[in-house]
Design a protein around this ligand. Structure first.
Ligand code: NAP
Length: 315
């Protein structure tokens, strides 16, 4: 089955057009049957397609959740471009080396995601080293603990520069690259992913601008999903809960300073009080969800923000 017949078969406006034209009902029914058979033939396989030879860029992947995603997607078959700030180069090189040891291609593209030119260069490096791009994961983010009435303009701007503008730079430049390559098909869509959070569903006290930035990611992802479906590109985000990374060292210290809690107890206490599953998450918990979102198993999923939080927020 060729691409144009698949596109025809999947056309969203199909039903509406039936009512607005005066075609005989028998013609409509027979066309629908052909379409439905074509869709069934194209999309009914229960096997996950191999990701071997596909390439992915993961921002902020020198450590934490980004690193776990990089290693998991390499295990899934992806060739991986590791990104982080230049201060984290040594850690990036180590992750890339580990991926090469798994038999995959890997490269490092240092870039600050707030800078669009650097993001373009990062994508250029990845394409040069690993071949055409298939998946972008805008994972890099920062956190800051602050009372809502003590937030400065600079606090707010920095948070949005990285967590929202940084995501936008990566998603939009990756989308342009995917469209210009012309290799996204209905049965092999390009994938855009970004890091949201549980606080993108319900804000946490002391994390006001962080929470707002993660709500913004959800909104952006919905817009990308709607606008890019016609280019055979899906867009989704993942929303981790309390995951044991260096980001929580910052939260522990900030919450402890403002509440008097022992910094060693903040994470455990929050996890114990809030989660259905009584343990802190690990980066690999998130990487497993991202593996699904980056694979063919999620080709019919778009515009979603998927929680992975051990049962804090229920949708
Ligand atoms: P992490 O351990 O702090 O790692 C984030 C990485 O991104 C760091 O290496 C950081 O470098 C880098 N980074 C920061 N600004 C950047 C920029 N402008 N350009 C490129 N890289 C930059 O964080 P994590 O816990 O793995 O979190 C990963 C993502 O998941 C973030 O978006 C975070 O908001 C989200 N998330 C995490 C949790 C959690 O519980 N850990 C929960 C919900 C959502 P520097 O440290 O040198 O700045």
């Amino acid at each position: 089955m060729n691409c144009s017949s698949l596109r025809f078969a999947g056309r969203v406006g199909m039903w509406r057009s039936h009512w607005s034209t005066l075609r005989p009902l028998s013609k409509v029914i027979s066309t629908d049957l052909v379409n439905r058979r074509a869709i069934k033939a194209a999309y009914s396989s229960l096997s996950r397609q191999s990701s071997k030879g596909k390439s992915v860029i993961i921002t902020g992947s020198s450590r934490g959740i980004g690193k776990a995603i990089a290693l998991r997607l390499a295990a899934d078959g992806y060739d991986v471009c590791i990104n982080d700030l230049s201060v984290n180069q040594a850690a990036c090189d180590k992750v890339a080396e580990e991926i090469r040891g798994m038999g995959r291609k890997a490269c490092v593209a240092l870039a600050d995601v707030t800078n669009r030119d650097q993001v373009k260069e990062m994508i250029g490096t990845s394409v040069r080293e690993l071949g055409p791009l298939h998946t972008m994961i805008a994972n890099a983010g920062i956190v800051q603990v602050q009372h809502v009435l003590e937030l400065s303009d600079e606090d707010f701007q920095r948070m949005f520069a990285i967590n929202v503008f940084g995501v936008q730079n990566c998603l939009s430049e990756a989308a342009k690259q995917l469209i210009s390559q012309g290799n996204c098909r209905p049965d092999r869509p390009g994938k855009l992913l970004a890091a949201s959070s549980i606080v993108g569903f319900r804000a946490f006290p002391l994390l006001p601008h962080y929470s707002a930035s993660k709500w913004a990611v959800r909104g952006l992802i919905q817009a990308y999903a709607m606008e890019l479906a016609k280019h055979n590109i899906t867009a989704n985000s993942y929303a981790p809960g309390i995951i044991d990374t260096m980001m929580w060292d910052i939260i522990d210290a900030g919450v402890s300073k403002r509440t008097g809690l022992d910094p060693n107890e903040v994470t455990e206490k929050m996890a114990h009080e809030m989660m259905a599953i009584d343990r802190v998450g690990v980066p690999e918990d998130v990487a497993k969800l991202v593996s699904f979102l980056a694979s063919s198993d999620s080709d019919f999923v778009t515009g979603q923000t998927q929680l992975v939080d051990g049962g804090i927020v229920f949708t």
